[in-house]
Design a protein around this ligand. Structure first.
Ligand code: PLP
Length: 387
């Protein structure tokens, strides 16, 4: 193996050095329980409250609007399930998009099974929803709009501020899954007009298994976990002090460097280089896309084989096709964006972070065209005559 290159930063990021340094004391000598009255407990409490303030500032919120959770999935679950409680008297209709992460999608499917009605907004070939379609989907019994800020597979950034404005005008709660957006692009909860926003630590250089939910002042969510009353009664359980501190440190560190110009330049070089491969397509919005996400479809390629061959070259990447759990269905995101089944299987996402270098880009540009040519030479689907 010539080198090892990590191009799966949208799946998870390496814990940043700043985050590791910040969390270390809380894994060692500052081990107190934040609920305790003695000094080591008070130190832990102070760290949690400091982290809350840092995270709030990074997204334009107030500290009391931040609730720590066990990650993005939990934040999404809490936000969506809360809306059903908060708006109990209003109705049972929810609006979302066809490209949400499973944390949102499967939560909504669960609610559908208990009588909620969900409208799934179509997206165009770039993964963008239509605001007109959104407006006409809103009904008198609509309780919640939940649309992601940026898509994890194709990197499309959605028009959250406009969606939020519409939701506000119509008096509907608005939640956004901003797990891929926070720490990658500027996020401001006030400009976005959101009521609820999910973020996750490990997508921005913090620890895994910790996240936060922004809850607009004035909204009082029902508790997600019952117990000792931590997180102002909303999410009981002893706080993951070190994890929480790591998220704040990572976010506080990265926000002043946004937009990530160097990452964007590397991404664009990667896109330009890989689009030279015959019958390749950039997926997602060419303009409004996350700085770190380069996503493609290569026709007549089976995504999993491509990933295995990349792995043999030391390149970690991911494919949109959900071949896990024995299913061979291609990604719901690519199907929603209108790509036919046959070609949606050949998807590849290379997601970059600040640790990547120009040499990493050179390496992928050197290796991937050969891998694709080799796979195509073995593929009955590949028809040179089509060139
Ligand atoms: N939402 C989006 C858009 C994601 O990309 C992810 C992670 O893959 C999640 C939610 C889930 O976050 P977590 O891994 O913190 O539960």
């Amino acid at each position: 193996m010539d080198r090892v290159v990590y191009f799966d930063n949208a799946a998870t990021k390496k814990l940043s050095k700043v985050a590791l340094d910040a969390m270390m004391p809380y894994l060692t000598e500052e081990y107190g329980n934040p609920s305790a009255v003695y000094a080591v407990g008070r130190n832990a409490k102070k760290a949690v409250e400091g982290a809350r303030k840092t995270i709030a500032e990074a997204i334009g919120a107030l500290p009391e609007e931040i609730f720590f959770t066990g990650g993005g999935t939990e934040s999404d679950n809490w936000a969506i399930k809360s809306a059903t409680e908060l708006k109990k008297g209003k109705g049972r209709h929810i609006i979302t998009s066809k490209i949400e992460h499973a944390a949102v999608h499967n939560t909504l499917e669960h609610l559908e099974a208990s009588g909620y009605e969900v409208t799934y907004l179509d997206v165009d070939k770039y993964g963008q929803i239509s605001l007109d379609e959104l407006r006409s989907a809103i009904r008198s019994d609509t309780i919640l709009i939940t649309v992601m800020a940026a898509n994890n597979e194709i990197g499309t950034i959605l028009p959250v501020s406009e969606i939020g404005k519409t939701a506000k005008e119509k008096g509907v709660l608005f939640h956004t899954d901003a797990v891929q957006a926070v720490g990658s692009i500027q996020v401001n909860v006030k400009e976005m007009n959101v009521d609820l926003l999910s973020l996750s630590g490990h997508k921005l250089g913090g620890a895994k298994g910790v996240g936060a939910l922004y809850v607009k002042k004035g909204l009082r969510l029902p508790p997600f976990l019952h117990g000792g009353g931590q997180e102002r009664g909303g999410r009981s359980g002893t706080e993951n002090v070190a994890g929480i501190v790591s998220v704040a440190a990572a976010l506080g560190d990265i926000v002043p460097r946004l937009p990530l110009d160097r990452v964007t330049r590397m991404r664009d070089r990667l896109i330009a280089g890989l689009l030279e491969i015959p019958r390749s397509h950039l997926t997602g919005d060419p303009e409004n896309r996350l700085p770190g996400v380069a996503s493609f479809i290569f026709e007549a390629i089976e995504g999993e084989s491509m990933l295995l061959m990349l792995d043999q070259c030391g390149i970690s990447a991911s494919s949109g096709s959900a071949c896990t759990s024995g299913s061979l269905d291609p990604s719901h995101v690519l199907l929603a964006a209108g790509y036919p089944h046959e070609i949606a299987h050949g998807s590849l996402r290379l997601s970059l972070g600040e640790d990547n270098t120009d040499e990493d880009i050179d390496y992928v540009l050197e290796k991937l065209p050969g891998i694709i040519a080799r796979l195509r030479s073995m593929s009955p689907l590949w028809n040179e005559a089509g060139e």
